[in-house]
Design a protein around this ligand. Structure first.
Ligand code: NDP
Length: 299
């Protein structure tokens, strides 16, 4: 193996330290404790694990954590009422509605009911528009984490060819904008892209955000490229009845060719929660007309 392994777990721990430092400063100087509310509808076990982890990390960072568990048959109106109450609550600076929502609820309607300045996931159409037009925005957590991970391997991303495979609203598209802001030349590929391996081979920074286990092979990668693997795929493990997580990149092969690569697990995943807490601090600052604490200046 020749590639540098970009350790997302270690980087996330450093980001969380900075978040704690920033929270401490807001408390000390301004008597402000950022509060993050997470709303979960239904009892999907994976979502419950995420929500619990988010709550724990929020408290560890010195912030206030509020959790709202609603039954799977909660109506859209009930959820919208909960969101509106949180919009009005001055102790809540960030609101996250855990996705996916049950099928009878219109996800877009719920996301767009969140006050844009409390939309710590950065999914609200106003935040998407602000990001696109270069205005101050709350930016989706996973793409923000991807940029920090890429910067671990390359100090300056200016002029690099970036290819992102996947064009979702939560990963591919916002990441394209962030990498454009870093002065990369950006290509966003998708299921209809012709000659995908050829397109991928152009990349100095290759991001896979597809949801297909080990789709990106070693011979899709330009030697020395930085590879960021967003995919989280559960596949059967060798041991009977067990499963394990793999990314969208064939890690073993890719690590022979890439200059740097993120592992799965331990790459992009841990960064997402860290960036969520960072966004909660930013939201609290925005709502109180305060500058972002220095600890978070480069994050
Ligand atoms: P979506 O399903 O919303 O989007 C997948 C994208 O991949 C689409 O744009 C789709 O193209 C494209 N795609 C699908 N098949 C192919 C193919 N054969 N060739 C090229 N492109 C293809 O997924 P998300 O963006 O929500 O998530 C992507 C992955 O990232 C998932 O594994 C998810 O679990 C993971 N993820 C991880 C996070 C983390 O914290 N680490 C956070 C969020 C997501 P088209 O638009 O043409 O259909």
């Amino acid at each position: 193996m020749s590639a540098q392994i970009i350790d997302g777990k270690a980087l996330a721990a450093r980001v969380l330290d900075k978040v704690s430092e920033a929270v401490e400063e807001l408390k000390r100087k301004h008597g402000l404790t950022p509060g993050l509310a997470v709303v979960l509808v239904g009892d999907d076990p994976a979502s419950r694990v995420y929500v619990r982890a988010k709550g724990r990390r929020t408290t560890e960072a010195g912030m206030k954590s509020l959790e709202y568990l609603m039954p799977a048959d909660a109506t859209e109106d009930e959820l919208l009422a909960r969101v509106r109450a949180l919009n009005e609550n001055p102790d809540v600076h960030g609101i996250l509605v855990q996705l996916p929502l049950p099928g009878h609820i219109d996800t877009e309607k719920v996301i767009n009911a969140i006050a844009p300045d409390k939309d710590v996931d950065g999914f609200h159409v106003i935040n998407a528009g602000r990001l696109m037009t270069g205005q101050k925005a709350l930016v989706p957590c996973t793409p923000r984490g991807c940029v920090l991970l890429a910067r671990q391997a390359r100090d300056d991303l200016t002029g690099l060819e970036a290819v992102i495979i996947g064009r979702s609203n939560i990963v591919g598209k916002p990441l394209g904008q962030l990498l454009l802001n870093e002065n990369c030349t950006v290509t966003i590929a998708h299921s209809r892209t012709r000659d995908l391996p050829d397109v991928a081979r152009r990349a100095d920074i290759l991001v896979a955000a597809v949801g297909r286990p080990r789709m990106v092979k070693a011979d899709w990668i330009k030697p020395g490229a930085t590879v960021i693997d967003v995919g989280i795929n559960r596949i059967p493990a060798e041991e009977e009845g067990k499963t394990r997580l793999v990314g969208d990149v064939d890690f073993a092969g890719a690590a022979e060719v890439a200059g740097a690569i993120t592992p799965v697990p331990g790459g992009v995943g841990p960064m997402t929660i860290a960036m969520l807490l960072r966004n909660a601090v930013e939201a609290a600052c925005m709502q109180n007309s305060l500058p972002l604490p220095k600890a978070l200046a480069d994050i």
